[in-house]
Unconditional design. Structure first.
Length: 115
């Protein structure tokens, strides 16, 4: 399934970060998300991890998932890392509660990479 050995490791990183987002968001409502900077920062960090790993996936792997908005995922990582003052907490919320779960359901969960 993976066209390059690195795809396996990058996909594993993405799935692990999405699991962390799900756990971080467990029981968190919108008001708490906006007021608890630790939750928002933790989610932003994991979204940056997702974006960085997505950037490293091969084009062939990404072509297998044409409905995944790879440029937006990678762009959000750039925004979090380099233009954080422009980051909209409402957008982070939306990504964390909706898009992250859909991405997790779309992508397969590989076994842990061999080190």
């Amino acid at each position: 399934m993976w066209s390059e050995t690195g795809d396996h490791a990058h996909l594993h990183t993405i799935k692990q970060a999405l699991i962390k987002i799900e756990r971080q968001m467990n029981g968190v409502d919108y008001a708490r998300f906006l007021s608890d900077l630790y939750v928002a920062d933790a989610v932003a960090m994991q979204l940056a991890v997702v974006g960085e790993a997505a950037r490293k996936l091969s084009p062939a792997f990404k072509d297998n998932y044409p409905n995944v908005q790879w440029p937006k995922i990678i762009g959000l990582r750039h925004l979090i890392a380099h233009e954080y003052e422009k980051l909209d907490p409402a957008r982070l919320w939306d990504v964390a509660v909706d898009h992250a779960a859909r991405l997790s359901a779309t992508l397969p969960f590989p076994p842990p990479p061999n080190d």
